[in-house]
Write a protein that binds this ligand. Structure first.
Ligand code: CU
Length: 402
């Protein structure tokens, strides 16, 4: 991969490839945090105006930290500098905006032979590419994690200081905030992140499907489901940009699978793929008829898929002028997104009801999404991660046999 950095998006990951036993297979052409949206829920003036687009208005790249070489990333670390423009338009070098290091991430795979009691264990050593933005009160730790089994994670830690205000003696948050300290109100708010994923799974021409796990088919007692316990994987190929406006469905275990119809897997006889595993995110709580809604209408769905266009980089449009995804897709709902160069846009986040423990500085909360190979390789791609040695297991031996 290559990495880049700009004032609006911060870290950008380019040309992610996987060296599959000598064959370099493309995965993602460009991955970036394309927007953030933090709406607050207190209707009392002036707080009705309190909603922030951290990327489009402030720029998470312009808000970046020069990382602390001892504490922000530890171990064997490489730091990258970047060049940003200051408010006068002059170029300015910023040191240590991105750190790259490896870190232990627990067990990668393990098996204990139940008869011999011997185990084979490998540890997960992930590559972390991190930058940290302080946008006013909040601090966001953004990390791309690359794992040895091909999994890619975008992980966001939220920390820093709550946006609070002082209440009059005996005043209350009126149902829209939490008292975090005497007379201090931490208002309810949401944090949303939009990832723009320009995919090239095994090549440039991709399709996207929702993959749901659902009961059936067949009623209990029917010949195809006599005991009523059947369930199946329902795959729906999204054929147009209009159809691709989709939401998370935790009750259906929904993931989105990006496939390459040109690259058929030798075992499954189906196109190879890579899946997006979402976070259980809340919906945007702004009402549809709110005057603020048009600017954030791209948040009405968790996933959008659009045919690639050079000038479509930000979900709310370049100027956040009620444009972006809703306008582009609305203009041509039948735009083909099958077997072509596609871009996935994925929104996720959380609703934050502040706690007393979030004050005066907030211990980290995090959200993350995973991108995992889905019938892309011929076996567990982390088999080549060497198990240091076979070790005796400490399992309780419940068997009467010796
Ligand atoms: Cu928050």
């Amino acid at each position: 991969m290559r990495i880049g950095f700009n004032g609006r998006e911060g870290l950008v990951i380019h040309n992610v490839n996987y060296n599959d036993t000598g064959t370099v297979r493309p995965l993602f052409y460009r991955m970036s945090l394309a927007e953030m949206f933090i709406p607050y829920g207190d209707p009392r003036p002036p707080y009705h105006r309190k909603h922030v687009f951290d990327s489009g208005q402030y720029g998470v790249g312009f808000s970046t930290n020069s990382l602390n070489a001892q504490l922000d990333c530890i171990g064997e670390v490489h730091f990258f500098n970047t060049v940003l423009n200051n408010k006068d338009g002059e170029a300015q070098e910023v040191e240590r905006v991105v750190c790259v290091h490896e870190e232990d991430a627990g067990i990668l795979w393990k098996h204990t032979d139940y008869r011999t009691g011997k185990s084979s264990i490998t540890r997960s050593q992930r590559l972390a590419i991190t930058f940290i933005a302080t946008v006013g009160n909040y601090d966001y730790v953004f990390a791309w994690h690359f794992y040895q089994d091909g999994s890619i994670e975008f992980h966001v830690k939220l920390t820093g200081i709550l946006s609070t205000h002082l209440l009059a003696v005996n005043a209350t948050p009126a149902g829209h905030g939490s008292i975090v300290f005497p007379q201090i109100n931490g208002q309810y708010h949401q944090h949303f992140f939009c990832l723009r994923l320009d995919a090239e799974i095994d090549g440039n021409q991709n399709s996207v499907a929702t993959s749901d796990v659902v009961p059936g088919p067949g009623e209990t007692g029917s010949t195809i489901n006599p005991y009523g316990q059947a369930f199946t994987n329902e795959r729906t190929t999204l054929r147009t940009a209009g159809q691709a406006r989709t939401k998370i469905a935790p009750e259906r275990s929904r993931t989105w699978v990006i496939t390459n119809p040109q690259s058929v897997h030798p075992y499954t006889k189906q196109p190879v793929g890579w899946k997006l595993m979402p976070w259980a995110s809340p919906p945007l709580l702004l009402r549809n008829d709110s005057p603020i809604h048009p600017q954030a209408e791209w948040m009405d769905f968790n996933t959008w898929v659009t045919p690639y266009h050079d000038d479509q980089m930000f979900p709310g449009g370049y100027y956040l002028n009620n444009s972006g995804l809703p306008e582009w897709v609305g203009r041509d709902e039948n735009a083909n997104i099958e077997n072509t160069d596609v871009v996935l846009w994925h929104n996720f986040g959380l609703s934050h009801v502040p706690r007393v423990e979030d004050f005066p500085v907030m211990p980290e909360e995090h959200v993350s999404i995973m991108l995992k190979p889905y019938n892309f390789f011929k076996e567990n791609p982390a088999l080549d991660v060497r198990a240091p040695h076979f070790v005796p297991s400490q399992n309780f031996n419940w068997s009467s046999e010796k």
